[in-house]
Write a protein that binds this ligand. Structure first.
Ligand code: PLP
Length: 399
């Protein structure tokens, strides 16, 4: 018996059973639908991509996995070399793990231990954003501010170790003045907060955050698990403002297999690099640096670069604006568009009830949550297919 995610099993509607997938399409026994969710924002090249398939199949014929404790291999070395040269600044030190949540845990652990290694033991606190989402494990839930988790975390009472602020510069400045010598890091989903409701904010906030982090000696962490690889219309938001630690996941493997990476800069790496064994980073997921994941991630990165995905994403943003600018309905609170992400926020979650089936019947897979009807399409989508996704969203309000 399968226990499905984020579902009350007693009232859950039967999920659609997928029997094949190709390009932007998911196939059930008797329907074909465009995946407007990209399987939780990860399948950026679409399904059954010939080159990604080839990369993973040729690795499986050598070996699928060996542990990274005491062993190493070409796929993980090539991927870390690639990331080192491809990522901005001195984000050069790649710690791999099996999921975004774990990679964020690693980032938070790095930030804490970075200061413990220097005997700054009062720096136990994390600064984070309201409506943040950083994953489903305990510390990431605590750093996050997801309404769905408040219920379970209530058992522990208010957190002593995390402060949440809105994406406003004055709140940011006040938090630094108040907590600076107790903070080890400021963690954000840069520019686009995904699971917290596709909220978008300005880069000036991040630029000010970088200044304050430098001024007060606090590490800046970008959780780009969702925003990385072009989703905001930037390759990485880290290209605009450089963090000390960058976390990538979801699209890292083109959505083929779970993998993530926590990339540190030299300053962070050097905080662990000495003769004291206790200063080592004590972490090591069983499947970190998995050879299949690394092979497909390397190929995915190469495709992204060679086939000029940034232009594809720009086109998606342009078409989305053209189709949705000026569209309105009394039930719609706001329409937000950034890069390859569009969100229609409505006034009440009941307004979206039944949308999933409505879209299914029109050949689109969608999974609205709370008050948010959104699309994060695979970047290979054609103009016609994208228009179909957007028309389906609009049609719901014309009923
Ligand atoms: C999805 C997500 C995570 C968690 O990644 P998993 O692979 O699901 O553990 C963390 N941070 C952000 C911003 C995400 O969108």
């Amino acid at each position: 018996m399968i226990w499905y995610p984020y579902e009350q099993m007693k009232t859950m509607k039967t999920p659609y059973k997928i029997i094949d997938a190709n390009g932007v399409y998911l196939y059930t026994k008797d329907n074909k639908m465009i995946d407007s969710v990209s399987s939780w924002w990860s399948v950026i090249h679409g399904y059954k991509h010939p080159e990604l398939n080839k990369a993973i199949i040729s690795q499986v014929e050598k070996f699928s996995h060996v542990m990274l404790g005491g062993l190493t291999h070409e796929p993980v070395q090539k991927l870390s070399d690639k990331l080192q040269s491809w990522l901005p600044g001195d984000l050069n030190y790649c710690f791999f793990s099996d999921s975004g949540s774990v990679a964020v845990e690693v980032a938070l652990k790095m930030a804490l231990q970075f200061y413990m290694n220097q005997k700054e033991e009062q720096r136990t606190m994390i600064l984070a954003l309201e409506h943040a989402y950083h994953g489903d494990t305990f510390k990431t839930m605590e750093a996050g501010d997801d309404e769905d988790y408040h219920f379970v975390l209530k058992a522990y009472g208010p957190s002593k170790y995390v402060v949440h602020i809105p994406t406003k510069i004055d709140a940011l400045e006040q938090a630094f003045i108040k907590y600076h010598d107790r903070l080890n890091c400021f963690i954000v989903e840069p520019l686009l907060q995904g699971a917290g409701g596709m909220r978008m904010y300005d880069v000036s906030f991040l630029k000010r955050a970088r200044e304050l982090c430098d001024q007060y000696g606090v590490l800046l962490i970008f959780d780009e698990v969702a925003t990385g690889f072009g989703r905001t219309g930037n390759r990485f938001v880290a290209d605009l403002v450089l963090p000390d630690i960058l976390v990538l996941g979801k699209a890292l493997t083109g959505g083929y297999i779970g993998h993530a990476v926590t990339v540190a800069n030299k300053k962070v790496y050097d905080g662990f690099y000495d003769d004291n064994p206790e200063h080592a980073l004590m972490h090591g997921p069983t499947f970190m640096g998995n050879a299949l994941a690394c092979s497909v991630a390397l190929k995915s990165t190469e495709l992204f670069e060679k086939q000029n995905y940034m232009a594809k994403i720009q086109k998606i943003e342009q078409i989305t604006h053209r189709e949705l600018d000026g569209f309105s309905d009394p039930r719609i609170k706001e329409i937000r568009i950034m890069g390859g992400c569009v969100c229609i926020e409505v006034y009440d979650s009941s307004i979206l009830k039944g949308y999933q089936q409505f879209a299914f019947e029109r050949g689109v897979f969608s999974r609205p949550f709370l008050k948010y009807l959104y699309a994060m399409v695979p970047y290979i989508i054609t103009e016609q297919e994208l228009i179909k996704v957007l028309d389906t969203m609009k049609a719901w309000f014309k009923l």
